[in-house]
Design a protein around this ligand. Sequence first.
Ligand code: ADP
Ligand code: ADP
Ligand code: MG
Length: 644
Amino acid sequence: MFRKILIANRGEIACRVIDTCRRMGVATVAVYSDADRDARHVALADEAVHLGGPAPKDSYLRGDAIIKAARDTGAEAIHPGYGFLSENPDFVDAVEAAGLVFIGPSAKAIRAMGLKDAAKALMEKAGVPVVPGYHGADQDPDHLAQQAEKIGYPVLIKAVAGGGGKGMRRVDDAKDFSDALASARSEAQNAFGNPDVLIEKYILQPRHIEVQVFGDGVRAVHLFERDCSLQRRHQKVIEEAPAPDMPAQVRKVMGAAAVRAAEAIGYKGAGTIEFIVDGADGLREDGFWFMEMNTRLQVEHPVTELITGVDLVEWQLRVASGEMLPAKQADLSITGHAFEARLYAEDVPAGFLPATGTLAHLQFPDHARIETGVRPGDTISPWYDPMIAKIVTYGPTRAIALRALETALFDTEVAGSVTNLEFLIALTRHEGFRRGEVDTGLIGRDLDDLIAGSEPDPRTLALGALGVAGLEDPDTRAGVTLWQPLRRTVTWEGGAAVIEAMGPGRADVTLDGTTHEVRQQGGRWWVDGSPRRSRVVRHAAGVSVFGGRSVTLKPLDPLDVAGEEAGDALTLSPMPGLVKAVFVEPGQQVAAGDRLAILEAMKMEHTLTAARDGVVAEVLAAAGDQVEAGAALIRLEEDDEAAA
Ligand code: ADP
Ligand code: ADP
Ligand code: MG
């Protein structure tokens, strides 16, 4: 076994590889960019080497610098993770030329699978079913149009060099073919420097089912399948293993085809054979076709680990260091069911736009497997994939594992960036998904329902308002006092509420004219008579309510609050502080904007001014008083009071 390896990656996958190395007594060298100086993977590794600027081309794609770092630190092998250099055969050649071991397949195997057309031709020869279509060399548009006609519409145009869904066009009608072809070719040219395409039959109601394979360069075994049909724009969102409703016989035939594919190219290490499957009428032995091979560890490999009990990274290290395959096919079996959800920093209502931010609060449940590259206080930068974590659950049955995923998502707390957490929760509750009726169109079809929960829910907001008022914790000494009968207005960016404390642990919160009864009892929150799994947490970015429906409120700057109160008779203390001076007395006439009092808070003096013209009815605080946020300081007479 190696004594020390270098991990040429970042984020959760670098951390994941380090975990196994630690368990096996293998020392680790991390590499990092300027953006990742304080990253979790750097902190976890035994040593770390700086590569360069934050852009991948200046750091994680610099094969020469990475190889030099390995040699300088005495690492014997390089683990590429996924993405970056993991599928770059020239890098593999350079690693080997430097006398180091690449933990993965040979450059030759990667090249064989690098282009989709060549890979399909190779697989056809090896007796692996491929998607019906044209993957020949003739790229003449008229010829391609003829081929599409022959295949029969709908068809899918794919860039032969494609990946990540780029250069792909579905065409339903012959009249649209030439435009779609032109745009697929130009996208492929831009993204991959190669405009060539292939044409496939578009499978209606497709499922994406992939088989995990593992080879030692000669022989290969498979570790069963994963179903990755829950996709948005050809990108995986939730994965599971095994595939729902997979007949034993179809599993056997698909596994054997995947092993044939791996052995045909002398595959070494962990790889994935992706199949497109016709799910219209149950899974059939003649209803699956090879799409592509990913010659690396896959993002979703943990679900396979949970159902097989195999640590795939351990196997990668053992085989790369010269051991035989750690198990025979007959030794491998499936126990239970596993799910993985990809938690991303992304703005779902804005069309799943990647987001950034500093994670002011981050907490994961301890009853799920969490793969993450970030800690509380870390930043999701614009430079890399905005994944926050993979949340992976296991259960003896699919239904139990899916419930466990739902609960794990409920118990996940992220503040400081928007995330797709609620979208993931909505997916775990989708009726069809619960029944195991998955296909790659599911998310697209039901998108409106799946993101309907993105609007803040009033009961969650009511809890957030209590947090903004500092009343989230009635157990503290301050809390008990604060929950004495009292009425106050609280304001945050985009909203406000009136809170009426009805005694210890009970308050009425009025939002948009609706009053919600909030109770804290038996260590949990009750809103309008129902218990909620919510937690109210205060952090650097504001106040968050977590637990299914979550929301983060940013309390307003005190001076803005004074503005928000315009038209109100009450001047409230915008924050806890010390009253330094009061300039008015009852009966005094004031004009809008006149100084009423000075509050010292957070080492600054804040001048509170009259929101409108009027007559002072009451002065409720005096210089030297310590006041809480929301405390009434000065009340102006109401118009009718003045008239009386
Ligand atoms: P597929 O490409 O078939 O969807 P995966 O789900 O394993 O297979 O996707 C992994 C891809 O996501 C990588 O190839 C890479 O392009 C991208 N990716 C995600 N996270 C990272 C990361 N931390 N570093 C580099 N690339 C990443
Ligand atoms: P990439 O390299 O971008 O991962 P793939 O060939 O793996 O490209 O296809 C990505 C996704 O596109 C699949 O997971 C599937 O959802 C869809 N897809 C691919 N080929 C077909 C097909 N022939 N019919 C229907 N859907 C397809
Ligand atoms: Mg793919």
